[in-house]
Design a protein around this ligand. Structure first.
Ligand SMILES: C[S@@+](CC[C@H](N)C(=O)[O-])C[C@H]1O[C@@H](n2cnc3c(N)ncnc32)[C@H](O)[C@@H]1O
Length: 346
């Protein structure tokens, strides 16, 4: 178990008392605060900014510890891709773990194809960044596929180290590298990468506007940006927030997986528009990921799953307990597995 478990998950709850979409609007408008200003005094504003800052630090610590603790177990059972698989919609007959692993590779290929990335030489990305890289499964796959130089960032020191070791073992040490760094403050100069890849990391980002602006900043002119992430449903016309029971369900998931407020795919699209990015496209792939969580639960309930879970610690156990909530969220049409892609103008 990770040494420090001092984060009270209730820390992240108050954000959900406000609509995630309202938070989004606040961040788009350039405000860092999550709530409407209660007092005009600058003292109160400073205190609130400090509180936000503290929450962000605690959130990052929780995320780092969750992945430090659980990545070895995940790799043991599932291999080096820590993301959903992509299945034909309505497919419910996938049984073998190897087929689920193939579905995870298919997820990468489907995302590239949705974004319109070309396999033609001359058009292949030469420099790629993997934002929220896990143990580098996507980084290595993309580096091999395109012969590209790839950089990965993660909050988890364990993941960065493991990603580097796996890459070295596969002869990719000169082509692929990893470091511990924050996606909201990326350690790269502007306009570095032809492909900016974020596979299931956006849901962890407490400031979606900053997240997206960093993705756009490091993208070279003409680069493709791919965001595959958990979203809540788009709000209907006239709706200003999710329903209380929906917020309550997301709140429980947030506590277990170290997630801040959620937003919708439409929110992401608006953010990308606000940055003048082009060819913006999004899709709801929820029907294509339906077999994934039931499969993860099945593997968690095997002897190997249970013993690895107990060995890895409390944060991982809490995460495992939230898996049925993800299934419930998808079934209720509350959680959406979204892909959002765009290009940076030349
Ligand atoms: C579910 S894992 C996905 C890993 C990887 N993309 C994959 O598909 O195998 C989420 C990843 O996001 C990373 N992450 C979350 N918040 C981050 C942040 N603020 N900066 C950098 N990485 C972050 C975590 O460290 C973890 O590596």
């Amino acid at each position: 178990m990770a040494a420090t478990t001092t984060i009270s998950c209730t820390l992240f709850q108050p954000q959900l008392s406000h609509s995630p979409s309202t938070y989004f609007r606040a961040t788009v408008a350039g405000h860092r605060r999550r709530f409407p200003r209660m007092s005009a005094s600058s003292g109160a504003a400073v205190m609130e900014a400090e509180r936000d800052e503290k929450e962000a630090v605690m959130l990052k610590k929780g995320i780092a510890e969750l992945y430090d603790e659980s990545s070895g177990m995940w790799e043991d059972i599932w291999g080096d891709h820590m993301h959903h698989g992509f299945y034909d919609a309505g497919e419910d007959t996938v049984v073998q773990l190897s087929d689920h692993r193939s579905a995870q590779i298919r997820m990468i290929e489907e995302a590239l194809s949705f974004a319109g990335l070309s396999d033609e030489s001359g058009k292949k990305p030469k420099r790629i960044v993997d934002v929220g890289c896990g143990i580098g499964g996507s980084s290595r796959y993309l580096a091999k596929k395109y012969g590209a130089e790839t950089r990965g960032i993660t909050l988890s020191p364990f993941q960065a180290q493991r990603a580097q070791a796996l890459s070295a073992a596969q002869g990719l040490a000169d082509q692929v590298s990893f470091q511990v760094a924050d996606a909201l403050n990326q350690p790269f100069p502007d306009e570095q990468f032809d492909l900016v890849w974020s596979m299931e990391s956006g849901e962890h980002m407490p400031n979606k506007a900053k997240f997206v602006s960093e993705l756009a900043r490091v993208a070279a002119p003409g680069a493709t940006i791919i965001i595959v992430t958990w979203c809540h449903r788009d709000l209907s016309p006239g709706e200003t927030s999710l329903k209380p029971d929906e917020k309550a369900l997301l709140g429980k998931i947030c506590k277990s997986f170290y997630l801040p407020d959620w937003c919708s795919a439409a929110d992401y699209v608006n953010l990308l528009r606000s940055l003048n990015l082009k060819d913006i496209k999004s899709a709801d792939w929820s029907p294509n990921v339906a077999p994934f969580w039931p499969a993860v639960i099945r593997t968690a309930l095997t002897w190997k799953g249970v013993t690895s879970l107990l060995r890895s610690g409390w944060k991982s156990i809490k995460g495992a307990m939230a898996m049925p909530l993800m299934i419930e969220g998808y079934k209720n049409d509350l959680i959406k597995f979204a892909i959002i892609t765009c290009k940076k103008p030349e």
